[in-house]
Design a protein around this ligand. Structure first.
Ligand SMILES: [Zn+2]
Length: 160
């Protein structure tokens, strides 16, 4: 079974290449089996307590979240940051709300904005809205291809 040990995987914390049968990341020391126990709820608690170093961003949906819900939130409510709010990445979610507000303003006040700075303002805003729309499309692709990053952490009692 020597060949088995040659398959590699990526460390979910530092992305270093590790052998599949390795229990611990040689780069950052993460014990892989503990990632399975990590939850998004624990990460929320850690972030509230400003313990950023205990929070890990993983691409695998943790056991307390559902992949189908993440897909649904990202596709249907992604333009207001739905997927980000579902995994509790509020700060990122707020940028989407800002993008959405900007988009609505551009449409609603188009006739006024077109006249500002010889139309330069509406062009700048259009680029911003374009980036925002593209970011949402990337989110959908990332969620569907399991590349969307989700904060997780170990429940507190596991650490002590
Ligand atoms: Zn690592």
């Amino acid at each position: 079974m020597a060949i088995l040990g040659r398959d590699t995987k990526k460390c979910p914390r530092c992305e270093a290449k590790c052998l599949v049968n390795q229990l611990r990341c040689p780069e950052c020391g993460l014990i892989f089996s503990r990632v399975e126990e990590a939850t998004n709820a624990a990460a929320v608690e850690r972030l509230k307590n400003k313990e950023k170093e205990s929070v890990l961003y993983v691409k695998k949906v943790p056991k307390d979240l559902k992949k189908w819900k993440l897909v649904l939130f990202t596709v249907l409510l992604g333009l207001v940051g739905g997927g980000y709010f579902y995994v509790h990445r509020w700060q990122r979610g707020l940028w989407y709300i800002l993008g959405f507000v900007l988009w609505v303003l551009c449409v609603a006040l188009n006739s006024i904005l077109v006249g500002v700075w010889n139309g330069a303002l509406i062009e700048i805003l259009a680029v911003c809205v374009g980036i925002y729309g593209a970011a949402w499309i990337f989110d959908v692709v990332w969620v569907c291809t399991n590349k969307f990053k989700i904060p997780v952490s170990l429940p507190r009692e596991e650490v002590q």
